[in-house]
Design a protein around this ligand. Structure first.
Ligand SMILES: NC(=O)C1=CN([C@@H]2O[C@H](COP(=O)(O)OP(=O)(O)OC[C@H]3O[C@@H](n4cnc5c(N)ncnc54)[C@H](O)[C@@H]3O)[C@@H](O)[C@H]2O)C=CC1
Ligand SMILES: O=C(O)C1=NCCCC1
Length: 312
């Protein structure tokens, strides 16, 4: 048996990982994970090392899925950067291991995986929770996650209007010039979110930027940023009035400032809605608080490796 590892760069991972393949795998694994005791999936809460001198952290995200033959870990760094910095805030590498023998079978870029799997999971939340008539999409932030969310949300859903807001207006304008469809650049968060049916928050903010008083009743918010216990993107009013869904209860209660500091109750995991044990309360204002899960990286990496193997 060869023990040499396949090595795949960002360009190759981006090419091989398509939303059409990825979304069903994420739905399946999140549904299974949320069955807890009856599933064999092992995924501890991410270990985080703070890099205080540089406003960053290193997260290690292992997962073992015996039934799928996947043993994986992602190592990810995130730094709070100045607007317009040419250096990415999120960097990641994913390792796949041979579950029986323990050697590394693939080492691949994790930035494309992180961007696509996070946006794909948010899109699954929108499929389940967005209002039946959803005409206006609003994206807060103009970085990597904003871009992947734009791509998958406009691929899967038909919106009449897409709006974007970023801290510096020229960054939102730069974001828009790369896109195919029309997007309105907004000058304030309030202007961007008023009347929006679906709102994606994908910023590096550590204080609330989205306030409940601006949010249309029944809207769906996919909240992707604020992944530390003392960081916020959403205010208390929104967190307490909305029905709050999370990707993983343990992760959310350990890492989400929006949940911990607001005291909001978690209604259910996304996987519990997928597997039918909790309802999708589509008619209410809903927040899907995403922190990111090792199992999402694991099934993404396996998919990339399968595709690569089929070509070689
Ligand atoms: N839920 C999940 O699975 C994941 C969450 N994330 C989180 O998503 C967020 C965005 O990540 P990336 O797109 O990779 O970063 P990025 O650096 O590419 O984009 C960050 C965006 O947030 C804006 N921003 C930064 N600080 C801000 C502030 N104080 N107020 C308002 N806007 C601010 C920036 O201007 C930029 O538009 C981060 O919070 C990151 O930690 C990232 C990966 C996965
Ligand atoms: O799940 C991930 O990957 C990340 N989540 C929070 C921010 C860093 C990356």
């Amino acid at each position: 048996m060869s023990e040499s590892a396949v090595s795949l760069n960002k360009h190759e991972v981006e090419r091989l990982l398509t939303y059409d393949d990825l979304i069903p795998r994420l739905e399946s694994v999140m549904g299974k994970f949320s069955k807890r005791g009856s599933s064999e999936i092992i995924q501890p809460v991410r270990s985080v090392v703070l890099i205080q001198q540089h406003s960053g952290f290193l997260g290690v995200m292992p997962a073992y899925l015996p039934a799928e033959g996947i043993l994986c870990t992602k190592m990810v760094t995130f730094y709070q950067r100045e607007e317009g910095s040419s250096v990415p805030s999120t960097r990641a590498t994913v390792l796949l291991f041979h579950p029986e023998h323990g050697h590394v079978t693939a080492i691949m870029d994790g930035e494309a995986i992180t961007a696509k799997r996070t946006a794909a999971v948010s899109a699954i939340s929108a499929k389940l929770f967005k209002p039946a008539l959803s005409e206006v999409l609003c994206i807060l932030g103009s970085g990597q996650q904003a871009r992947s969310h734009y791509d998958v949300f406009t691929k899967l859903f038909k919106f009449k209007e897409v709006r974007v807001w970023s801290r510096r207006k020229e960054m939102a304008q730069r974001f828009v010039t790369d896109l195919q469809g029309p997007v309105t650049v907004c000058s304030s968060v309030k202007e961007a979110v008023i009347g929006a049916d679906v709102i994606v928050t994908a910023t590096g903010a550590s204080q609330p930027i989205l306030f409940g008083e601006w949010v249309k009743p029944g809207a769906h918010i996919a909240a992707v940023g604020a992944c530390r216990p003392d960081w916020r993107e959403l205010d208390d009013v929104l967190m307490r009035e909305a029905v709050v869904y999370v990707d993983c209860r343990e992760g959310a209660t350990a890492e989400s400032g929006d949940i911990i500091l607001s005291g909001a109750e978690v209604f259910s995991e996304l996987g519990e809605v997928i597997n039918g044990s909790f309802p999708a309360q589509r008619e209410k204002t809903t927040v899907f608080k995403s922190l990111g899960m090792g199992i999402q990286d694991a099934v993404s990496a396996k998919l990339v490796l399968e595709k690569w193997n089929s070509e070689h």
